[in-house]
Write a protein that binds this ligand. Structure first.
Ligand SMILES: CC(C)(COP(=O)(O)OP(=O)(O)OC[C@H]1O[C@@H](n2cnc3c(N)ncnc32)[C@H](O)[C@@H]1OP(=O)(O)O)[C@@H](O)C(=O)NCCC(=O)NCCS
Length: 328
């Protein structure tokens, strides 16, 4: 049953935080950040913006690109680990502001793999035959969960949103094989310890920044490379596609060195991997959606192109998608 991405959109906040800005905040240097991560800058939301505001901008752009009205949507999914508040889901706030009054709306948290998890859920819902049009959004305000005194994490993350309209269409191509996975046993390597039901916020937790991201960078790095590489190779083998047939690989943008390690292990040419981590930093669940939209709008995808999406994040969670790009 052909399910297609028929329109994409993205949004990054106006304010840009450069590596030079970070030099004035923590003991770091532009040179260290560039060589270890490939990041030059990241976007940071305004104080009066929340995740749903970023999501709304990307959503409207995706609907415009697809030529779909908000009322036509049946399904609205927001992948995020930084919702506006614990309740209600940010998806319901987007649903209201967008005027998607016929859609059911819910959040989904798979950290940086969220966009791919949401895409696979949307595909399943459409394949059930009970829903026709879905809006998948990945949106994050990572600046709200970063400890701005911790140089090992605060240099990595940025804010933004990416969105895709997903529809059933009787045209060839569209979403192909997907592979999603998780291993919760490794949760301690990347997490936010406090602020939930296990360790509610307390003055002590705030003082220790336990409401912010804690990460074992080197361990996460190794797992990100091995899981995304394995997923990519497995999908190519299952689909009987060769790496050199791929027109574009759009991976989660966490670190240029991670992207390069995956690229060389999977055997993809340098110019076939989409990179915007230099401008966005790691926007978690928004990352693949933003990159996909930038690839579409810059003319990097042509009808019939074979494309691979890849992601990895806290949990750990990971995933990959094959698709044949279509202007359905
Ligand atoms: C975080 C990351 C960039 C660190 O790079 P690294 O090459 O592993 O660096 P290390 O952690 O080994 O640190 C090397 C040194 O740089 C220092 N350092 C860490 N952050 C620094 C910074 N911002 N500026 C300057 N020095 C820094 C460390 O303290 C360490 O110093 P030491 O050798 O004196 O102890 C890298 O591990 C990474 O990208 N990990 C994956 C992160 C990620 O993708 N997370 C999200 C997954 S979805």
């Amino acid at each position: 049953m052909p399910i297609h991405i028929t329109g994409t959109g993205s949004y990054t906040p106006e304010r840009v935080l450069t590596n030079a800005d970070l030099e004035a905040m923590v003991d770091t240097s532009d040179e260290w950040i560039r060589t270890r991560t490939g990041i030059h800058q990241r976007h940071i939301k305004a104080e009066d913006q929340a995740t749903s505001d970023l999501a709304l901008e990307a959503a409207q752009a995706a609907l415009d690109a697809a030529g779909v009205s908000a009322e036509e949507l049946d399904v609205l999914l927001v992948a995020t680990c930084t919702p506006d508040s614990p309740m209600p889901g940010s998806a319901t706030i987007v649903q209201d502001k967008l005027g998607a009054k016929n859609a059911f709306a819910m959040d989904l948290n798979a950290a940086c793999s969220g966009f791919l998890y949401a895409l696979e859920c949307a595909r399943g819902l459409l394949e059930s035959g009970r829903h026709r049009k879905a809006l998948v959004i990945g949106a994050e305000s990572m600046s709200s969960i970063v400890n701005w005194e911790d140089r090992t994490t605060c240099i990595l993350f940025g804010d933004g949103a990416g969105a895709a309209v997903v529809e059933y269409r009787e045209t060839p191509g569209g979403l192909g094989l997907a592979s999603l996975g998780a291993n919760g046993a490794l949760k301690e390597l990347l997490n936010i310890p406090a602020g939930g039901s296990r360790e509610p916020l307390s003055e002590e937790a705030l003082q220790d920044h336990r409401n912010c991201i804690k990460m074992s960078g080197q361990e996460v790095f190794k797992h990100a490379v091995s899981h995304m590489t394995r997923t990519a190779k497995q999908l190519l083998a299952e689909a009987d596609w060769q790496a050199d047939e791929l027109a574009l690989v759009i991976p989660h943008q966490a670190n240029q060195r991670i992207l390069e390690a995956i690229r060389s292990r999977v055997g993809v040419e340098k110019d076939k991997v989409f990179v915007n981590v230099d401008r966005t930093g790691n926007t978690s669940a928004a990352s693949v959606g933003i990159a996909l939209d930038e690839a579409v709008r810059s003319g990097r995808l042509q009808p019939g192109d074979k494309v691979m999406l890849l992601a990895f994040g806290a949990g750990f969670t990971w995933g990959g998608f094959l698709l044949e790009w279509s202007k359905a």
